[in-house]
Design a binder for this molecule. Structure first.
Ligand code: ADP
Length: 461
């Protein structure tokens, strides 16, 4: 069963409130238990005080004095006890009941109002039985005191009040806590789920093709980090989408030119306007070759773009690596009258995929050869620093105009006649797949230098 986040928050907060409430209840029970114990202790104390007063009176009067006993009886009553005092022969000397009965009615009513004795209907309020305590003086038994609380339980009134108050407090807490947790959970769940809802909406809109969708980011918690990551992802998707559209438009444009030429020639032949001879066939063949060339270039580009996922990096000693390329290209350069020079120390290495690295160098070399006329020089120089290796291809060729320089790495961009405008794009994709880059310096009319930099180790992201 799926529950929305805010319901989960609600359950969480309510469970916390329930736990706090049960803690409060337990605490209340413990306090009541303590209170009862305190009351029991208090009861015993009072009884001993009454006994001590009676024994004291016996000592003072060297025997039982009726007046003093009556006073003690009233005092015991004020402490909440009904007593009967008996002499050593178990004869009743005085009792609360008898003493109170002999009081004037006004005094009786006042006592009754204070202590509850005698009760209005004359019935004892407590049905507790009397407890008998022997009375002593100097180790000798002088009589007995029978005592029982006037109310069912001593301190009953206080305990009831205490319980009533704590119950009221608990009810208040239940409503306050419950209400507060409900309001808090609503506010917090809203706060937390709102950005998630916005993210979901934005993600849906992007899925439907609206690449402009972004979410506003506030704060620095996990959800705002998610929103930030979402916006970055949306930026990158929008960029990819723009590049894809541009690439599609570029490809369509590149393919249209040779196709239109072919179509024109074929229609001319069909209409009898152009003679169909070997020359036409050669021309058509050239156009198909050009088409094939473009398609191969596009395939090569998409392979280069995917190469980050399939790099086989190894430590390549650059001197023999460049020597090998030189052997393959020496003749081409010599045929054009361009001098090819190499400069690389013996122990220089690069941590790269050999196939991809040689493709980068070959693309740069063939561009340099195209740009350099007879008598020119193309120099390849390689070196290594602590964190990176580099290969530089410089030529004394025609150079690149300032206005073309920012665009030469773009797909299908050509600053001069011929070529597809993909060589540098592919080289750059391959360098970036290694975590590296290509920089260019060019002086129009004097020559250019392309520098490939590859990190000396894999940088994990
Ligand atoms: P292509 O595959 O057509 O050579 P590139 O992407 O390799 O295309 O290069 C793009 C453009 O940059 C070329 O049309 C060319 O004019 C210019 N270019 C590249 N390298 C050099 C160079 N070494 N000297 C002068 N121009 C260059």
């Amino acid at each position: 069963m799926t529950r929305s986040l805010w319901v989960k928050f609600l359950i969480l907060l309510l469970s916390i409130s329930a736990i706090s409430l049960s803690a409060a209840l337990t605490l209340r029970e413990l306090i009541i238990m303590d209170f009862e114990e305190y009351l029991e202790g208090e009861t015993e104390d009072r009884i001993y005080r009454v006994m001590a007063a009676i024994e004291g009176s016996y000592e003072r009067y060297s025997g039982w004095d009726e007046e003093s006993l009556k006073e003690n009886t009233i005092w015991a009553l004020l402490l909440g006890y009904e007593v009967r005092i008996l002499d050593a022969d178990n004869q009743e000397l005085v009792s609360t009941k008898a003493v109170v009965e002999h009081l004037p009615p006004l005094a009786q009513r006042r006592l009754s109002a204070i202590t509850g004795f005698p009760s209005e209907d004359g019935q004892p309020l407590s049905n507790a039985s009397f407890t008998n305590y022997p009375l002593f003086l100097g180790g000798e038994g002088i009589g007995f005191m029978e005592i029982r609380p006037v109310l069912a339980r001593q301190g009953e009134g206080k305990e009831t009040i205490f319980k009533m108050r704590s119950d009221r407090f608990l009810i208040l807490v239940v409503f306050l806590l419950g209400g507060l947790s409900l309001i808090l959970s609503l506010i917090y769940s809203r706060r937390m789920t709102d950005p998630i809802k916005k993210l979901t909406r934005a993600a849906r809109n992007i899925a439907e093709g609206d690449m402009t969708q972004r979410v506003t980011v506030r704060g620095n918690d996990e959800i705002s980090n998610l929103a930030r990551a979402f916006n970055t992802m949306a930026d990158s998707l929008a960029l990819q989408e723009a590049l894809r559209r541009k690439l599609t438009a570029n490809i369509a444009h590149e393919l249209r030119t040779p196709l239109s030429a072919m179509q024109g020639e074929i229609e001319g032949i069909l209409d009898g306007l152009i003679s169909f001879d070997r020359e036409r066939l050669v021309s058509l063949h050239e156009e198909t070759n050009r088409l094939k060339h473009i398609i191969e270039g596009i395939e090569e580009l998409s392979r280069a773009q995917a190469s980050a996922l399939e790099l086989r990096r190894e430590r390549i000693p650059l001197k023999p690596f460049l020597e090998n390329i030189r052997e393959r290209y020496d003749k081409l350069f010599a045929d054009k009258g361009v001098r090819l020079e190499f400069e690389c120390a013996d122990r220089v290495t690069a941590y790269a995929d050999p196939d991809k690295l040689s493709q980068i160098v070959i693309n740069l070399l063939s561009n340099a050869l195209k740009a350099t006329g007879e008598g020119g020089v193309v120099r390849v120089r390689a070196g290594e620093k602590e964190t990176e290796s580099f290969i530089e291809v410089s030529d004394t060729g025609r150079g690149i105009r300032k206005e073309d320089l920012p665009f030469i790495f773009e797909r299908f961009y050509r600053a001069s006649e011929g070529g597809l405008g993909l060589g540098l794009t592919i080289a750059q994709e391959l360098a970036e797949a290694h975590g590296g880059k290509i920089d260019v310096l060019s002086d129009y009319g004097k020559g250019s230098t392309f520098r490939v930099t590859i990190p000396a180790f894999t940088i994990s992201s």
